[in-house]
Structures are given as structure tokens and as C-alpha cells.
Write a protein that binds this ligand. Structure first.
Ligand SMILES: Cc1ncc(COP(=O)(O)O)c(C=O)c1O
Length: 356
């Protein structure tokens, strides 16, 4: 796909792909992406190019948002558990990271409201959330909680940074739309991030964010963006060609059916080999299974034994600012064929038996 796209982009020898780009991002991609997103089942309202900004991937966008909207010493709320690499990005900026409890439907609004009302907890400047096929838990924040979150952000004056990189990777019914589309305020208080990493290739280092136009303008007029002429101009021209040729739609269809089969294979293997030893919900999308052992298994200790059995996983404590989830493990199913997944689960079950 990318070879074809490169041929198209470089065919006529036009210099545009190798020049500095526009600060908001490559215009034709802003338009083709807006059209593409508007047509997705998981987007219920149209997205306009004025609500999009092209990034160098979700990680860069998180760092850039943190640069523009927070200061050292500020507090950021995160879900408990959350993406295990987020802590270090926020620590780079000297932020205090505070976990908010979750349940099977993601961030608990009652817990968030209680923390916002608690004067002993520093008010957050920003809340980072993965609302759709959460990493690691796989949970999906329902639409009513999304609306409530927007209401609380407006009421308490914090920014919501919604990391929605798995929104298009659903294997059954589509999830609710990105939280940014619930934000009807003039100035905007929600930024929804996404990325071509999960739907085309992480090496491209290209993604986008969706927000109200005034927020988009903060990014488009930032020093980094102006000095560099956009964040990923050349790759954006390639991604635009991929979209124009209908190849992204085709690729996502392949990913959905391939990953859907892997979810089924992993669910069946967990039931067969681990049975009542663990609790889990098969994810409706994304990359991850979150298993919780029903006994007092410490998954940090179990990891060494699992590795002796030739299998790896990420233990629950990696996803907690407080070292919680000592009996949980996150398993990524996206990379392996069904038989490899089944074998991996068999080995984890064997390691668990050995540890008893
Ligand atoms: C929740 C989440 N955010 C961000 C990233 C990284 O995205 P990117 O490659 O676009 O920087 C990942 C990758 O695993 C992720 O799971």
C-alpha cells in the first residue's frame, strides 16, 4: 500500500511532499481524513477539517498537549489502571499523577465527582482517559458517561485528553463516538487523539487530534509546529494517497476480521486452560485482554515462572500509579496467530499451576 502511495506522491516530481508543510497539517489529508472519519459507523456526527490537527502519533500529541496546557506541579487525573507508558510522559513535565477508580464500564463518574469535590485533592488541570477498548482493561466508556465527563470538565475547568487510538478497531458493534464530538462548547475542553499506528503502521509516526477549532488553533500556532512546518508532512502526503485509493478502509476491514478471530481464539484458550482461575471479559475491540486471578496470585512473581515456560505478559502493577492490580495481567493478542495465542495461554496456565 505504501509503495503504491509513494509512487503516486513522487510520480510527477512535484516538490510539495519534500517542502515544509502547513502548520495545521497537510490540507488534502485534513480533508480526506475528515471525510473518512465522517463515514465511520463509530462516528455519529460529521467531522470537519477545522476540527482536525495532524500529529506525529498519539505519544507526541500527548506530550505536546501537556506542553501547551499544563505547568510543572499541576495535577493530572488518570484512570486506575491506565496505559503503562503514560506516567513517564507526565513525569517528564513534572506533573502529579493521580488515579481515579474504574469499573467494567471505565472511569467511574461518582468517584470522579467525589474527588473533584474533595478539597484535600489538588484540582486537576487535565484528565487523561482511554475511553474506547481501554489499554489495559479493554473497557468502553458508555455514551452517558462521556456526556457527564464533558459536563464535569466544563464545570470544573479541566481539559480532557481522550486517547482514542483503538476507536476504529471494533470486532462487533461499533463503540460510541470520540469524546470530542460530545463537546459543544465554543472554546472546547476536550481533545480526542487518534493515530495511524494501529490502523496502518506505527513506524509512520502520524496521527491526528480532534477538538473544537480554538483548541486546534493552539496546536497550529505552537512554536514547535510553526518552526517545523507541521509535524509530519511527507508521511501525511503518503497517508493521503492511501486514503484516496480506498486502501485504508480495506486495511481496517482486514484488521477487524483478523483481530476478531484472535479474540475468539484467546477467549477459548483462556476458558479451556485457565477456567475458573481467572475473571475476564472478552474485549469488543482494541488489542488487549485483562485477566484477574481469583486466588492471591502475585503476577509480578508469576512472571519469572511464566518466562521460564517461554511466555511473557505485562503484570497488572505496571498499569497503576499506586502499584495496584497485583493479581492482574494484560495480554496483547494483536501480534500472534490463533495457535500461538492458544499455546501462550497454555503455558501461562502451566506456570500458574507450578506457582501453587
Ligand atoms: C493507549 C495508547 N496510547 C498511545 C499509544 C502509542 O501511540 P502512537 O504510536 O500513535 O504514539 C499506544 C500504543 O500502544 C496506546 O496503547
Amino acid at each position: 500500500m505504501l509503495r503504491r502511495a509513494t509512487d503516486i506522491v513522487l510520480a510527477d516530481g512535484a516538490p510539495i511532499p519534500l517542502q515544509y508543510g502547513a502548520t495545521q497539517g497537510y490540507g488534502p489529508l485534513l480533508h480526506s481524513l475528515a471525510e473518512f472519519l465522517s463515514a465511520q459507523d463509530s462516528y455519529t456526527s460529521p467531522v470537519s477539517p477545522q476540527e482536525l490537527f495532524l500529529t506525529a502519533g498519539a505519544s507526541q500529541a500527548i506530550d505536546h498537549t501537556t506542553t501547551l496546557f499544563t505547568q510543572t506541579g499541576d495535577t493530572v487525573f488518570v484512570e486506575e489502571p491506565t496505559y503503562y507508558l503514560i506516567q513517564s510522559i507526565f513525569e517528564d513535565h513534572g506533573l502529579k499523577v493521580v488515579g481515579v477508580p474504574t469499573d467494567n464500564d471505565g472511569l467511574r463518574m461518582d468517584a470522579l465527582e467525589a474527588m473533584l469535590a474533595d478539597r484535600s485533592v489538588q484540582a486537576p488541570k487535565m484528565l487523561y482517559i482511554i475511553p474506547t477498548y481501554q489499554n489495559p482493561s479493554g473497557s468502553v466508556l458508555p455514551a452517558d458517561r462521556r456526556s457527564k465527563l464533558v459536563e464535569l470538565a466544563q464545570q470544573h475547568g479541566f481539559l480532557v485528553l481522550a486517547d482514542e487510538v483503538y476507536n476504529l478497531l471494533y470486532y462487533g458493534k461499533p463503540p460510541p463516538p470520540p469524546i470530542a464530538s460530545f463537546d459543544t462548547s465554543e472554546d472546547g475542553c476536550i481533545i480526542s487523539l487518534s493515530s495511524f499506528s494501529k490502523i496502518l503502521g506505527p513506524g509512520l509516526r502520524t496521527g491526528w487530534l480532534q477538538a473544537r477549532p480554538p483548541l486546534i488553533q493552539r496546536f497550529a500556532t505552537a512554536g514547535l509546529t510553526i518552526s517545523g512546518g507541521g509535524l509530519n508532512h511527507f508521511t501525511s502526503t503518503l497517508v493521503h494517497a492511501v486514503l484516496e485509493q480506498g486502501m485504508l478502509e480495506d486495511n481496517i476491514a482486514i484488521l477487524r476480521s483478523t483481530y476478531g478471530e484472535r479474540v475468539s481464539a484467546m477467549s477459548a484458550a483462556v476458558r479451556k486452560h485457565l477456567g475458573d482461575a481467572v475473571d475476564f471479559t472478552a474485549p469488543g475491540g482494541g488489542y488487549f485482554f485483562w485477566l484477574t486471578f481469583n486466588d492471591s496470585t502475585n503476577t509480578d512473581a508469576l512472571l519469572r515462572i511464566a518466562q521460564e515456560h517461554g511466555v511473557n505478559y505485562r503484570p497488572g502493577t505496571a498499569f497503576s500509579a499506586q502499584g495496584a492490580f497485583t493479581n492482574a495481567i494484560r495480554l496483547a493478542f494483536a501480534l500472534y496467530e490463533p495457535d500461538m495465542l492458544a499455546e501462550g495461554i497454555r503455558r501461562i496456565a502451566e506456570a500458574h499451576k507450578t506457582s501453587q
